[in-house]
Design a binder for this molecule. Structure first.
Ligand code: TXA
Ligand code: MG
Length: 325
C-alpha cells in the first residue's frame, strides 16, 4: 500500500478516507495519532493490526467539540469542569461510554477515553469526517511515539492509507489520562496537563501513583522505547562510570544544554535535548532524541531524569517505561 502524504489543504480527501473505513495518521499537539472512524468496527480492528497492538488496550476517541463528546460518552459535572478548563488540549477523560461506541474501541470496557485535541488540523479532520476518530499514537506497539510526520512514516509508511503532514508536535508527550468513573477521580497516566493544574479545578483528584494502574490496561511495563537500551542516570559522572565499565558499548547521550561542553569533551554521540530548567522543551524533544540516537546506531541511550514535579513527572514516567526490560 502506498501511504499518501496529505497537505493541510487536502483535509477533505483525508476525511473521506476516514469515512470510508481507512486509516489516516494526523498531527495533534501531543503526538501524532493513527485515526479511524470510531463507529467502524473493521476500521478500528485495522488500527490494532497495523500497530501490532494487543486488543485489550483501549483506544482514545477524539472529538471535534463537546456536542460530539456528549454523543458518545456520559459527560458528568466533573467532566464539564475539566473540559471548560483544558479542552481543546492534552487531557483524556475516562467516562461511561454510550452504546454507539463498539466494544473493540474500549477493549470490552464500559468506559471510553475522550479527548478534544488542540491541533487545528486534527479538529478540522474530525469535523470534516463528521464522526469521532479513534486514535492511538501512530507508532508500532511499544515503540517511541511520533512527534513529526517523518516519525509516522518510519513506523507505518506502506501500512496505512495516509498521513497529514504538519510540523513537530507542540507538547511532545501524550495527554494526561484522568479516570472520572472512579471515586475519587484519579490520574491513570501523567501527561501534558500536570497534577497541579488539574487539582485547581478538581481538588479531590488523586495523583498518579507512579506505577501503572491496572485500570488502564494499556499501561504496559515497557513502552515508548527506542531500539537502543535506555539507561536512566542522575549525573554526567554516572555516564562516565558506565563507559569505563562497558568500554565496547556505543553510548548516546540525551544531553542537557548545561552538560554540552563536558559531553563534547568526552566525545559521546549526543542529542541536544534542551535546558534542564525548561521542562516544556524537554517534553517536546524527548521522542525526537530517542529516534535521533537510534538512527546513530548507539547501543545505550543515557538520559538524566528530570525533577518529578510539573511536566517532569510525565517525562520521568516515559523514561522509566522506555527503560523497562
Ligand atoms: O496524547 C494522546 O493521548 C495521544 C494522541 C494521539 O491523542 N494518544 C495516545 O493513545 O497516547 P495511546 O493509545 O497510545 O494511549 C492511550 C492510553 C492508554 O494507556 C490506554 O490504556 C488509556 O489511554 N485508555 C484509553 N481508553 C481507556 C479506558 N476506557 N480506560 C482506561 N484507560 C484507557
Ligand atoms: Mg501510545
Amino acid at each position: 500500500m502506498k501511504t499518501i502524504v496529505f497537505k493541510s489543504t487536502d483535509i477533505p480527501k483525508a476525511a473521506q478516507l476516514i469515512a470510508r473505513g481507512k486509516l489516516v495518521a494526523f498531527p495533534t499537539e501531543t503526538v501524532y495519532g493513527l485515526g479511524a472512524n470510531a463507529f467502524d468496527e473493521r476500521a478500528v480492528q485495522n488500527i490494532f493490526k497495523a500497530k501490532g497492538r494487543p486488543f485489550a488496550d483501549p483506544i482514545i476517541v477524539h472529538c471535534a467539540n463537546i456536542t460530539m463528546a456528549e454523543s458518545v460518552a456520559e459527560m458528568t459535572p466533573h467532566a464539564y469542569a475539566l473540559a471548560r478548563a483544558f479542552w481543546p488540549g492534552p487531557l483524556t477523560l475516562i467516562l461511561q461510554k454510550k452504546s454507539n461506541i463498539p466494544n473493540i474501541v474500549t477493549g470490552g470496557k464500559k468506559t471510553v477515553g475522550i479527548r478534544i485535541p488542540a491541533h487545528p488540523l486534527a479538529v478540522r479532520l474530525i469535523a470534516a469526517a463528521g464522526v469521532p476518530i479513534a486514535a492511538p499514537s501512530a507508532n508500532m506497539f511499544s515503540h517511541t511515539s511520533p512527534t513529526t510526520t517523518e516519525h509516522v512514516l518510519e513506523d507505518l509508511g506502506g501500512k496505512i492509507a495516509g498521513v497529514i503532514k504538519a510540523g513537530r508536535s507542540r507538547i511532545g508527550i501524550e495527554s494526561t489520562v484522568v479516570d472520572l468513573t472512579s471515586q475519587p477521580p484519579r490520574i491513570l497516566r501523567p501527561g501534558g496537563i500536570t497534577f497541579q493544574q488539574l487539582k485547581k479545578v478538581l481538588p479531590a483528584i488523586q495523583d498518579y501513583p507512579g506505577v501503572a494502574s491496572r485500570k488502564s490496561p494499556g499501561q504496559y511495563k515497557r513502552h515508548y522505547s527506542p531500539r537502543a537500551r535506555v539507561l536512566p542516570v542522575r549525573t554526567l559522572q554516572d555516564i562516565v562510570r558506565y563507559t569505563r565499565q562497558n568500554p565496547d558499548a556505543k553510548i548516546g547521550c540525551m544531553c542537557y544544554t548545561e552538560w554540552k561542553p563536558a559531553v563534547m569533551k568526552l566525545g559521546f554521540v549526543s542529542y541536544d535535548w534542551g535546558s534542564r530548567k525548561n521542562e516544556e522543551q524537554l517534553a517536546r524533544r524527548i521522542y525526537s532524541g530517542f529516534r535521533y540516537l537510534d538512527a546513530k546506531k548507539v547501543d545505550i541511550i543515557a538520559i538524566p531524569i528530570p525533577k518529578k514535579s510539573g511536566l517532569g513527572q510525565a517525562i520521568a514516567d516515559r523514561i522509566r517505561k522506555a527503560s523497562a526490560a
